[in-house]
Write a protein that binds this ligand. Sequence first.
Ligand code: SAH
Ligand code: SF4
Length: 343
Amino acid sequence: MNNILKNAELTNSLSHNEIKNLLNVSTFDKDIFNLADKLRHEHVGDGIYLRGLIEFSNICKCNCKYCGLRAENINLERYKLSVEEILKAVKLAKQYNFKTIVLQSGESRSYKHEELIKIIKEIKSLDIALTLSIGEKSFEEYSDYKKAGADRYLLRIETTDELLYKNMHPDMSFKNRVECLYNLKKLGYEVGTGSLIGLPEQTVNSIADDILFFKELSADMVGIGPFIPNEDTPLKNSVTGDFNLALKVMAITRILLPDINIPATTAMETLVENGRIIALKSGANVVMPNVSEFECCKNYKIYPKQFSNVNNQEYLNNLKEKFEEIGRFVDVDKGVSRHFLNK
Ligand code: SAH
Ligand code: SF4
């Protein structure tokens, strides 16, 4: 292993230049993945936390250039689950022994504030940890969700390159995104962020900045996904993100933030066969299977993907077997980020 990595193992830090160099060359890839795996083992153990993902609505007012849910995409049939349907999905996930639910949707006002509060309270009454991923909201809204019982929040920064951010999100503000993340921290959430890897015009320089941003924010969770072009977006002809580069960004993030939770993302699994297992062996410790049982949820088409429904024990057993093959197991704890607890 080179000296830079040996030092990083001891200090959990790397300079911008060091990160850039590690991303640019492939010479040390194996060492990076092995070190990330070692630090994952030492800091968060061999257990894998399963999060039950419910994609409860694909209605979105934003126009992120890479995403199939963007408002201007008229080729998508829109849906929203009713409060009762969401709760039904949650109860099913509980039956399957999920201890955390992730409620994800496009960004919209299609649910009234009171409805969201009701959903949060009902879920919390089932003694389940709740993660929200519903985009940018006001400080007051985040505060109300927290008071109602929400524990965690996922909001990827997507990219820290402000020019690229503006280009990818014509009607959004980078400053506001950052402010949302700091508001969530202030309110006591476990905060998750992350980046898309392989956006057009994205540079290694800015990816190094992304990683340092996660560290600066002291994120509790970081999800890294390779960009996958979607036919129904302006980026339909763009080049697909590089799996290995995304994996390396994830692994370096583990080296700098050894006690956080890192998911093996669906985008990784979509891009490469067994991508999830490769990620789990390179620093990841979380998997988020989809638990929405409704037909309409097939329209949650951020990018082209296989609809994976876990409404059968067989799928879960299969997952468990795969984990065991790599010496890992499903941890049935709620899985609060150690980083959050250690602060
Ligand atoms: N609307 C919320 C949550 C849903 S989008 C939000 O934007 O925060 C969830 C994530 O999907 C985004 O953060 C983005 O990183 C990812 N995503 C969107 N389009 C993608 C694509 N084409 N390829 C890979 N990931 C994508
Ligand atoms: Fe909407 Fe999120 Fe997709 Fe952007 S990434 S268009 S906010 S669902």
